[in-house]
Each structure stands twice: as C-alpha cells, then as structure tokens.
Design a protein. Structure first.
Length: 382
C-alpha cells in the first residue's frame, strides 16, 4: 500500500504488461493487455484498519498527470480502452469519479473510459456476469485486433490498441477480467487460422480449457505475490471456472496475510526496493542515518492507566508491546474477577486492569499509523 496511484510523471503503481502468445501449425499469435493503478495522485496509508481510507492529493494536478500517463500509453500501444473495475460507492467511488472526470480531458477517438462496478454486478461468486462487460468492450477488441504471423512469417494482423484494466490494487478483479478477455481473444485467433469453427470455444475442449485456466491463474498469483506478498484472491474462479469452498477459505487466509504484511512488513520491503532502485543513496563518508519521519514517528509513547510510566520505543516495536499490555490487562482482569467473591476490593482492581486494556486499545486505534511498519529510507508522498 506504500505505492498507490501515479507519480508526478504519470508512472503508476503495479503497472504490468501481459502478453499472451500462441504458436500453432506454424502460426504465431500474440495479444497484449496492461494493468495499472488509477492514474491520479492518491494514496492509502496503513493505519491498522483493514481498509485504510483513500486520500486524493493535489486535485489540480490530476488532469496533467493522467494526460502524461495516457500519452505514454498511446505512444506504446495505440488506442486505449481504460476499464475501471472499482466500486461506485464509498472511497472507491470517489476515486472512480475523479478518474472519470480527469479522463474527460484526454478522451478522444483513441482513448476511451468505461466503468464496470465489478462487485455490484458480479458479487463474490457470479463472475460469469463478466459477459456483461464483454458485450460493452467487444467492439473495441474486434476493431483493434491482435498480432498474427502466418506460416511463412508474414504479418497477417496487427494489434492497434490495448485494454488497460484497473481495480484498486490491480490484482484480483483485474486478473479475473483479463483472463476473460484473453480467452475471447484466443478464440478469435483460433478461428482466424482455421482451427476453430465459428461457434467453437475453448471450453468445448476440456484439456485445453484446463491448461488455459491454469496459465492465467498462475500469472495472477505471480503478479500478486510480487505486489502484495500473497497469491491472488478469486484465483479459484480463474483456475477452475467456478468459486469453490476451498477457494473462499484460501481467500480469507490470504486476505489476513495481506493485512499483516501491509501493516507490519511492507515498510521494510519498500526500503529494500528504494535502496535497490537508487531512490535512497547510501553515503560512504558518514554514518548512514535514515530519513526521519514528521511528528516523531520514530518513537511512540504508550501510556497505561495503572501508572504514569511511559514507554518510549521504536515504532516497529510498539505494537507488540501494546498487544502484550492489552492481553496482560485482560488476563489480570479475569483473575481479579475470579477473586471478587473472597475480597470485594478485587472489583476495583479488575476495573483498573480492564480500563488499562481498553485505554491502550483506544490509543492504538486512534494512532494506528505510528504503530505500523513504515518506510524509513525514502519518504513516501505522505
């Protein structure tokens, strides 16, 4: 979550070009799709909540940043169809509205924008309803074609445009959608070279169908592991063509793993990336000191109701200590309550311990950002 949206030059987070290549009977066919974060200036700063709030920054720069992004796409790929899969309500809705508004400045015959509320239409299990989306984009896909060479190496078709797909992190909803588009395009290609007849589909060939699903499921997992640290959610639909009980359980586990990584590991991971890419230059002439964070983020005071003692510790150590104090407080509360029947003074003690635990929980919740693992070498946009 430390890299969301676009930078001032129009480069976006988690931008991935996926090329689907087929070789058959001497023919070579290719189809390219891209994904990338919503190309305006926005962020999601982890704060211990499951879904941190979306913050849109420097609204006045949104048209310029988005224009640079789409100018780059047009130079590389030709025509562009931006398919936006985020929700139409809540924080995602605000991002979507800003995206739709900014893209009007660049909308033309070669740049189109389409919103498709994936969760409202498909829910969590009815992904076959993506056919509704396909009906809306089929004209663009048919018009902009694909790359095809015949047996003699001659170019028969050329891809003239690209579908750019995004959700919030461009992983799960995006991969389900791209696999659907890739399937449709491969069927076009197979009909074009005479392997399929007009009504034949990949799903009518079980072995081929299974391998195609595995190909896209593995691709989605690879992209997701690089960006989030876990395999893709909704991967069972891509892999098996349906939602499964095991897949839903796996999604729950991976969602929890992402929460842990986002809040307690990704700051250090971002430091490693910034160091590797040269965004942070190590000085050899003096001792290396990480860039400090505003507002004393390097140290946090965790107060308890029991005493006036303050523990000043590094932010990456404070959450385990706070958790330990909360658990200890609740344990002592239970112990004190069990002794109330022998000595009524334990009512007071149990109240003190419970108040201490509740107070720490309230403090951590109100100051969640400083308890998370933040990048320290290269300061994020926030």
């Amino acid at each position: 979550m430390w890299r969301r949206g676009a930078d001032s030059d129009g480069y976006v987070a988690n931008f991935v070009e996926s090329e689907q290549i087929m070789q058959l009977n001497g023919h070579i066919a290719s189809f390219v799709q891209v994904r990338g974060s919503i190309p305006i200036l926005w962020e999601q700063i982890v704060d211990l909540t499951y879904k941190p709030k979306f913050e849109i920054m420097r609204n006045e720069e949104a048209p310029r940043v988005l224009e640079r992004h789409f100018l780059d796409l047009r130079k590389k790929y030709g025509n562009v169809l931006a398919v936006d899969l985020v929700n139409k309500h809540g924080g995602e809705g605000r991002l979507s509205e800003k995206f739709a508004s900014a893209v009007q400045h660049v909308a033309s015959d070669d740049v189109r924008y389409l919103h498709f509320d994936f969760h409202r239409i498909c829910g969590h299990v009815h992904f076959e309803r993506l056919s509704i989306l396909y009906d809306q984009i089929e004209d663009f896909i048919v018009k902009n074609r694909y790359l095809l060479f015949n047996e003699k190496g001659g170019k028969v078709e050329e891809q003239l445009g690209v579908v750019r797909t995004n959700c919030i992190d461009c992983l799960d909803r995006t991969n389900v959608t791209q696999s659907m588009i890739g399937r449709k395009m491969m069927e076009f290609q197979l009909r074009r070279i005479g392997v399929f007849d007009a009504e034949e589909t990949i799903s009518s060939h079980p072995n081929f169908d299974e391998n195609f699903k595995i190909l896209w499921a593995n691709h989605g997992d690879d992209v997701s592991i690089q960006y989030s640290g876990t395999p893709a959610l909704k991967g069972d639909f891509v892999r098996y063509g349906r939602r499964t009980a095991q897949g839903i359980l796996n999604d729950g586990y991976n969602a929890l793993a992402r929460y842990y990584l986002n809040n307690f590991c990704d700051g250090t991971k971002q430091d490693a990336i910034d160091l590797l890419q040269g965004h942070y230059i190590v000085s050899v002439s003096r001792e290396v000191t990480p860039t400090s964070q505003k507002g004393g983020l390097e140290a946090v005071a965790v107060s308890t109701i029991q005493t006036t003692v303050c523990f000043i510790i590094k932010f990456d150590q404070s959450f385990p200590l706070a958790l330990l104090l909360v658990l200890a407080g609740f344990f002592l509360t239970i112990m004190s309550l069990s002794q109330v029947r022998y000595d009524y003074r334990h009512v007071f003690f149990s109240t003190v311990w419970a108040s201490m635990s509740v107070g720490i929980v309230a403090y951590v919740r109100a100051n969640g950002r400083v308890f998370c693992n933040r990048p320290r070498l290269h300061k994020p946009r926030s």
